[in-house]
Write a protein that binds this ligand. Structure first.
Ligand code: APR
Ligand code: ZN
Length: 258
């Protein structure tokens, strides 16, 4: 921890890369946790692909309404808040901190971070499955029955697109087999070229191309810290692996600085 604290205290340009583990202590399930992971309970091919949505729009729409309500019912954890304080501190002292997340929740923003790069899109960025136009839509009482656990016996009807006659809304997340939002990914790569420090938090490092980002930073000369209670593919490449959680390790690392 001391080595990591020294890197945190001196780095002027930082990239923080986060995965589902970042939101775990807020109560949002991760994907691959052996007991509670979403992919232990649901089949990704049935819920997180365009083909699945077109085959059964009501099932996929209801699952995302359940996830949307789950995320909106929780609050950022101490790790989200620590990253925001760190970003504000660097911003005020002519440094920079970029957050690039695989998470589709808005907990980084609600925790105070700004200019967050969403590599896998955002739950709340709804668009039409046919004409692809963004549509302002806030799930409300119609979806309130989704506040309990996901119930595939009581499916919702997907919301019709306001712009075209055929389409219905889909969540603005990146489904398996889809390309990442180019601008977000390019900006992350750009920031990694000059980063002195890359911190990877709560990512299993199994899903490309996001999983390649930490090593792009390291190969460009950055030091690499990993915060994860488990070891991952990345651990042997990290300068420091902190076997702890986001909400415990980050406040402790940042406290010494801000
Ligand atoms: N703090 C830090 N790390 C944690 C915590 C925590 N409190 N709890 C769990 N972790 C770690 C786990 O050990 C694991 O390595 O977070 C990681 C979560 O891994 P995944 O569930 O695979 O989530 P993620 O890496 O974000 O998945 C990548 O897969 O299904 C797709 O699009 C989805 O963005 C997601 C992508
Ligand atoms: Zn449309």
């Amino acid at each position: 921890m001391q080595q990591a604290a020294a890197l945190v205290a001196t780095a002027r340009s930082v990239v923080v890369l986060t995965g589902a583990g970042m939101s775990a202590e807020s109560g949002v399930p991760t994907f691959r946790d052996a007991q509670t992971g979403l992919w232990e309970r649901f089949v990704p091919e049935q819920l997180a692909t365009e083909r699945a949505f077109r085959a059964n729009p009501a099932l996929v729409w209801t699952w995302y309404m359940w996830r949307w309500h789950l995320v909106n019912g929780v609050t950022p954890n101490a790790g989200h808040n620590a990253i925001a304080r760190w970003q504000q501190h660097l911003g005020a002292t002519h440094g920079s901190l970029t957050v690039a997340t695989q998470n589709v929740d808005d907990l980084h923003e609600r925790g105070g971070a700004s200019n967050v790069l969403h590599l896998h899109g955002s739950l709340g960025a709804f668009r039409c499955i046919d004409c692809h136009r963004a549509t302002a839509f806030t799930p409300g009482t119609l979806e309130s029955k989704c506040t309990q656990d996901f119930d595939d016996e009581n499916l919702l009807t997907p919301v019709a697109c306001q712009h075209c006659a055929t389409g219905v809304l889909r969540p603005g997340v990146v489904w398996f087999g889809e390309a990442l939002p180019e601008e977000a990914f390019e900006r992350a790569i750009d920031q990694l070229q000059t980063a002195e420090l890359v911190v990877v938090i709560g990512s299993s490092g199994l899903v490309q191309p996001a999983a390649s980002l930490p090593l792009i930073g390291r190969d460009a000369g950055a030091k690499l810290i990993e915060i994860n209670p488990s070891t991952t593919e990345l651990s042997q490449s990290a300068d420091v692996h902190i076997a702890s959680t986001a909400a415990v390790a980050l406040p402790s690392l940042v406290a010494k600085m801000v």
